[in-house]
Design a protein around this ligand. Sequence first.
Ligand code: SAM
Length: 257
Amino acid sequence: MKKFNTYGSEFSKVYDRFWKGFVNQIGPKLVKLYKNYPISKTNKIVVDLCCGTGRLIPSIIDAGYNVIGIDQSENMLELAKSKLRSEMNTGEVSLRHGFAQSFTVEKPVGLVSSIFDSLNHLENLEILKCCIDLVFSSLESGGVFIFDMNTKKALSDWNFIDLEEDDDVVVMTQGKYEESESRAYTRVFGFIRSDGSLFSKFDEIMYNSLFSINNVTKLLLEAGFININFYKETNFEEKFLGDPETLDRVFISCTKF
Ligand SMILES: C[S@@+](CC[C@H](N)C(=O)[O-])C[C@H]1O[C@@H](n2cnc3c(N)ncnc32)[C@H](O)[C@@H]1O
């Protein structure tokens, strides 16, 4: 059976090399948003769920927090570990293999973050519910969950072919929305230099499940979250008061009562 969302060895290297702009832009804004919450002053532990190669983590530790990064891909985690070795040695960062729908933490944390479409990788609403319930139980009272979601607007328009290259990598991406499955698939394939003049091939398919923001909001309320706010990717200073389905990607913050 075809496996999806693997983030295997070669593709993890490609991922870490490209598409950096998003996290670099979001990191400082996300930390600033979190700092508006009183819990940010008393609970210094943050979980970065689906942390990937750990690109969000430096912004969080620079602001004085300790981070637990959790991801399902050992390959993504390997790269995160290679970049965050010294922070792991000082205890500021711990990285672990785990799943968004079944992770545990030793003690309640102040913030759970999950960005860059990671929760769209969950298979269905039931699994998203498991994840949201677990996030809720891993937070201290007053704790905050900040995450993003690709909306129907973005995913239903997911039809593209793209090519990027540098001296060491050629990467082609092809996107296709499957209406009958409510899923947008992305095939990423190409070659990465592995050893001198030799290149290795990678070929993976990942998907983004389409979750209506109404359903996501319902799950957050059922879990016990309050104070649910939406933000545009470009502006975390002001709550977005319009219909979140009109955005391509929406950021959502909510609080554990
Ligand atoms: C698009 S990447 C985002 C990584 C990181 N948050 C960033 O901003 O660069 C999605 C990540 O989600 C992880 N992921 C997908 N499904 C997961 C699951 N069920 N549990 C934990 N991690 C998951 C993948 O392994 C991958 O590292």
